[in-house]
Design a binder for this molecule. Sequence first.
Ligand code: PRX
Length: 657
Amino acid sequence: MTEQAELSALLTETRRFPPPAAFAAQANAQPGIYERAHEDPRAFWAEQAARLTWAKPWDQVLDWQPPFAKWFVGGRLNVAVNCVDRHVEAGNGERVAYHWIGEPEGDTRDITYAQLKAMVGQATNALIELGVRKGDRVAIYMPMIPETVVAMLACARLGAPHTVVFGGFSADALRSRIIDCDAHIVITADGGYRRGTATALKPAVDAAIANLPEVQTVLVVRRTGQDIAWDEARDHWWHEVVERQSEDHTAEAHDSEHPLYVMYTSGTTAKPKGILHTTGGYLTHVSATHQLVFDLKPEQDVFWTAADIGWVTGHSYIVYGPLANGATSVLYEGTPDAGGRDRWWRIISELKVSILYTAPTTIRTFMKWGEDLPAGHDLSSLRLLGSVGEPINPEAWMWYRKHIGGDRCQIVDTWWQTETGGIMITPLPGITATKPGSAMTPFPGVGAEVLDNEGKPVDNGGAGFLVLTEPWPGMLRGIWGDPERYRQTYWSRFDGLYFAGDGAKRDADGDLWLLGRVDDVMNISGHRISTTEVESALVSHPAVAEAAVVGANDAITGQGIVAFVTVKGSVAQDADSGVALIAELREHVATQIGKIARPRQILLTPDLPKTRSGKIMRRLLRDVAEHRELGDVTTLADPTVVNMIDEKMRTAEDEEA
Ligand code: PRX
């Protein structure tokens, strides 16, 4: 389908899936919630905040000095107490907090809230012994194991903001994050498991902090037992330091605006931004959305966010939201095909998972693998399915509903970002009649609008830029160390409004359809990667003169990275050395950023299409990468360049085929 045809199909979508009456009757979200929140958003959020346990109530719900917000001003609470201790005190200590499933078959652990409390107490005492104090930043570079959650909660308990770096990022990427937030301690593991083999994490930490004397402490969980280098003065085993500590730790209540964590995410520049989240507002937002969007019933549900803790989805909906609500969650270490392509369906039927939350790219992969795999398992425990991270195409939505949800489950397509902290645009199960492919409407208390170039709201049927019009409790409080960049990045495109970087469309009913990024950010399998970041990684290779990177449509991963590279004059350019160089460049990007940023395709070309003022025309390169008719080339300094690249691309692909 052409893009135009796809867009008009969106607008003529006539399928509706109203919630079944039985679901609606028991749903956490009841009619009137939108109206109530609309009338008085602050009162709505205050009502949500009151579901948490505060050591000192707030004096003021919101202090809004655009674009700087303070939520629940004057209130004090401890996130770890809210996520763990209070459930034990309420008599739910025996409830399972996590069914942890390691990647190797049979490697599982159930961790109750009482056990989690003990583990967090010990880890907190260990951090204190290692010299960590309130306000210090702690870097966490871990596989998907219970200790990762414990480490985060111990930081939260102490008031030492964590920065979790996804285990798939390279040593270089880890290093730049450690330096940016000035962390003096790193918590890691010897390694993790990926597709049946042990991968190494500790060596990446060693490389990341080489010649970085500020990092004086590395705390290492033994996960795989592989041999690793050891620095007696700096490195400590978790099982030696943590497990001998007392389980008791008296938590201090922190200010509602105390920093909880920094999560790095890619923007339109080469340097990732440290997105800062704080305590009271963030926990309110993730707890409220988790309870209402997923209809969470803590006594009955088994909730599974199939994402990595190293991304915001994991922070908000594996760790903080579910724990704040006393949920039982699945924590799965592996990939969807580890131990067989039906691994997920086995997990769901064995643990009776009732709510599943994942990304469209994974759903499309399952579609490719075929419906027989899920059909061979009892998935009748599922009652609600969620989607996040990228636009979900109607075909994938329908497949998810039919083949995973048995035509019975509600589907919630949830739009949000690292910056928003929690879900912002979503159906509410039990209330919303959903449409395949639409995230539908803003969550109660959230204000969203679609604006045209001049900043005017588009009419129904129109497309434009997605903005958020009201402050919300989970909103980022800034970019670590760079307040001016915060204002510039998010609040300058439309005066006084938060610009998300996404395009969106309103359909004839006014419901929202997300159309993807409108800036230089790509979305690869639901992971945000900036074109500039990949370009600077490429240009840092000695053979490269210039590089232009675009995200091209990809049937499975949403977008794929395609790079156009010109090499320096001195570099030999016969066919063989070209192939070798391309392989080297792909690896170079993996080392600079991480495997997730490795380009799908690299084309070596003698020149790049530029305007007369020297600006690279990425729009045309995207046309080339997506095999479209080339758009307007009249502004190019030399229009023959792009035709030559187009020709070269076709030849390269013919050869590959
Ligand atoms: O483009 C949007 C896309 O993912 C971006 C945010 O990426 P990140 O900060 O990594 O957070 C991902 C998980 C929350 C957004 O700007 N995005 C996220 N959810 C959706 C989406 N695009 C369309 N539909 C969604 N449901």
